[in-house]
Design a protein around this ligand. Sequence first.
Ligand code: OXD
Length: 336
Amino acid sequence: MSSLNSADQRFRLHIKNNREGEEVFRITEERLNSARHRHGDIADKIEAWLDWDLDHFEQKIRDADALVTWDLPTENLAETAPKLRWIHVIGAGVEHLKPLTWIPEGVSLINSKGVHAAKAEEYAMMALLSLNARLPALMTHQRAHRFESLFTGRIAGKTLLVVGAGHMGEAVAHAAQKLGLRVIGIRRSGEAREGFDEMYGPEALDQLLGLADFVALTTPLTPETEGLINARRLSLFKDGSGLINMSRGQVLDQEALSAALQCGKLSGAILDVTEPEPLPGDSPLWDQANLLITPHVSSDDLEEYTDLVLDVVFDNIRRDLAGDALKNIVDPDLGY
Ligand code: OXD
């Protein structure tokens, strides 16, 4: 990666917002200024440009050292953005930019992993308690005007399997530990991670599914995880267990999930992500008994999301100015 060539040269940051995008992801002048205040030590070294859609993209990206965005025109990037050193994506998943073969040599792709943790932990706590209380089934009964008492035991002492023990998986594990669950994790490396009582590699998945009262999906979407939880794997789940998907809709076979809910193999499920998104109004999933759907809101904090993203961006500018390694770099081969 090239570096800024003179000590007094300012770091040029191009920020591209999407007008169509949700407010929670918008970086406004006000948010930018408050990030400058929080990072006063480097504030006057940064020249930031706030753009909307592609209004001034070509003209301004020419001089940019870094770009903050959700998406971008990737064609000929080396020519349109000759000084670009890194691109920060306002999200954890970067599958919308794949294949990552367009990334010019010397440019790093950076994601927002980690900024979702606090909100994801709260959502996971809500989801685990809801599944344990059979809330999806109770809501199904309510809609059918059925007063049917479903008694359940306490959640403490039950077992959660977290598939994908990255930042979000760790947040889910923390929620579960606070509720007194035993937490088992699966991650590519199989290495231990804080918040987990046990950790295994992906080869253990089939065996572990039958041990868990709850399974939470928090893995990135990659060729290895696409369709991971299919009909065969759902048949390995413990009878009456519950499923939470906070990963990506494509990780789970939704038809197979519906079948598992219909036959009572699973007692309930909570999906924060679906395939496709938005889920069309005529999808049968909306009416599936014992299923609760939230529209991809589990981990993006309305008040703080962009502040947290900007903290990662400013921290990386600080690192870049000092010649230190950047954080949250995406491995283009792994795709996360
Ligand atoms: C993300 C998400 O990728 O919210 O950031 O799903």
